[in-house]
Design a protein around this ligand. Structure first.
Ligand SMILES: [Ca+2]
Length: 501
């Protein structure tokens, strides 16, 4: 059976643009637009307007499972996120859909595994400044679906789904964009200090990241010491501007991804050092945003979600975060790579508490579209579930299974409390992938740190998860790869590419 799983890996299928792609895209766009108008007329939208919440998704970059006070960090102070957790729901088993940036973000905004839309690659694991591709235009984003429901839509912060004009947020359903279009360690200048020195003592001029307003570059290099504050300022401006209509705000911070930058107001404040300073500044920004919602009496009409795109970048020593008691971090399909803080806040509506059910960023699109009274596209496979029953205390999570892809390959599957690893590999090491037959099996309730393999004691669980994996893979058709297209002919050499996400 393990051979069957390996044989079925999507890697074996073509991952290049096919000749008929143009026709397929056109067809999909027509089909996609055909399902969208079924969301009710303008008058019924107006009647529903009172009940539809504003939606704010705050997405941290490389923040680990153990980096917040409400998730047990002993020295990083996050009073605003802790209050958000206390007033709302704190999920213990909430997953990003991928262990690195680009595929994780594609999954959140489309509700689809990255393998389906080509937003993953086994060596170029994310998009780079020399990338020519991005999220395909025929993918339907959460912003597009909410815009169809009459929402104002804004993207603030890191995009990382294509920095060329055809791929920017303004082409994927967002009315406005303000942010750095990829990771904050990219566009490194050739004369910056070699190796890690540029990270241990970062300067703004080492990283020539552009700052965009909509589709126009307004600053380069972006002043990263003020970027967290300016993203928060922009988010608050958007909230005030749209206070009288439903809005969707996607705020994706560039930090605490390395290089770490912090404003003078927060520098040197945290007992955790620079990394703690950075997280505490993000926390303060969350406090300002929630405070604005309260001030405008929008708190009872706004769902706010806080999570992270992948686990901590452990290879950056004290400049990387912590996955707490979880194993490994960013880049890996062990728990630390993909299990994230997951907070849901909507005072008066969400049933406060700690939730131990499974959830994923893949579920945000179906959940938000349901809350907005919209309809999901019917012409494509979605990988998410509507989590409303859990949010409102009406029932358990519809998600029972989580698939752990490393790039284009299915490495592990969680079903209920059990997780089976068919393949493993260190996050960034030079080692090859290891196949396991039987798979490694862990009970994540008893053993959240994935230390004790119990496959031999539970052959029936192994058999069940193998069946789930086989059935899943037989239903996956990989989309044409978007991450291997480069501008010009000479991709940057690996050794000048410290960023993997
Ligand atoms: Ca990341």
């Amino acid at each position: 059976m393990i051979a069957e799983i390996c044989r079925l890996q999507p890697r074996n299928w073509p991952c290049r643009a096919r000749p008929a792609l143009g026709a397929l895209v056109a067809l999909a766009v027509i089909a996609g637009s055909a399902v969208l108008p079924g969301m009710g007329g303008r008058s019924s939208r107006a009647a529903e307007a009172d009940r539809r919440p504003n939606i704010v998704i705050i997405f941290a970059d490389d923040l680990g499972y153990g980096d917040l006070g409400c998730y047990g960090h002993p020295t990083i102070r996050t009073p605003h996120l802790d209050r958000m957790a206390a007033e709302g729901q704190r999920w213990t088993d909430f997953y990003s859909a991928a262990p690195v940036c680009t595929p994780s973000r594609a999954a959140l905004l489309t509700g689809r595994l990255p393998i389906r839309n080509g937003m993953c690659h086994d060596t170029r694991r994310v998009l780079f400044p020399d990338s020519a591709g991005g999220l395909p235009a025929d993918e339907i984003t959460l912003a597009e679906l909410l815009r169809e429901c009459g929402y104002a839509t804004a993207c603030v912060g890191k995009w990382h789904l294509g920095h060329l004009p055809p791929y920017l947020p303004t082409r994927q359903g967002f009315d406005s964009y303000f942010g750095i279009p990829y990771s904050n360690d990219m566009d490194r200048t050739p004369d910056s200090p070699r190796g890690r020195e540029a990270f241990w003592h970062p300067k703004i001029e080492y990283f020539r990241c552009p700052l965009l307003r909509d589709e126009r570059e307004i600053e380069r290099p972006a002043d990263q010491t003020t970027i967290t504050r300016r993203y928060t300022d922009e988010a608050i401006r958007i909230i005030r501007q749209h206070k009288d209509r439903p809005f969707f705000l996607y705020l994706a911070h560039n930090l605490p991804h390395v290089p770490l930058f912090v404003s003078s107001e927060f520098a040197g404040r945290s007992a955790r050092g620079l990394y703690g300073d950075v997280v505490e500044e993000i926390d303060a920004g969350v406090g300002r945003i929630l405070g604005t919602l309260r001030e405008l009496n929008l708190d009872s009409r706004t769902l706010v979600v806080f999570t992270s795109d992948n686990g901590p970048w452990l290879t950056f020593d004290q400049h990387g975060g912590s996955a707490g008691l979880l194993r490994e971090g960013k880049g890996s399909t062990w728990e630390g790579g993909m299990r994230e803080p997951g907070l849901f806040w909507w005072p008066g509506r969400i049933k406060p508490g700690v939730v131990q059910d499974l959830g994923s960023t893949l579920d945000l699109l179906p959940t938000c579209v349901a809350l907005a009274g919209g309809k999901l596209p019917a012409d494509r496979t979605l990988d998410g579930f509507d989590l409303s029953p859990v949010l409102f205390g009406r029932g358990p999570s519809p998600r029972k299974t989580m698939f752990f892809y490393r790039d284009t390959r299915l490495y592990a599957v969680r079903h209920g409390p059990y997780k089976a690893h068919f393949l493993t590999r260190s996050a960034y090491g030079p080692d090859a992938e290891q196949r396991h037959d039987p798979p490694l099996l862990y009970h994540l309730g008893h053993d959240p740190g994935e230390k004790f393999d119990i496959a031999k004691e539970h052959p029936e669980v192994v058999a069940q998860i193998r069946k789930i994996a086989d059935e899943h893979l037989s239903g996956v058709t990989p989309g044409p790869c978007q991450l291997d297209k480069t501008i010009g002919k000479s991709p940057r050499k690996e050794k000048r590419k410290p960023a993997k996400g």
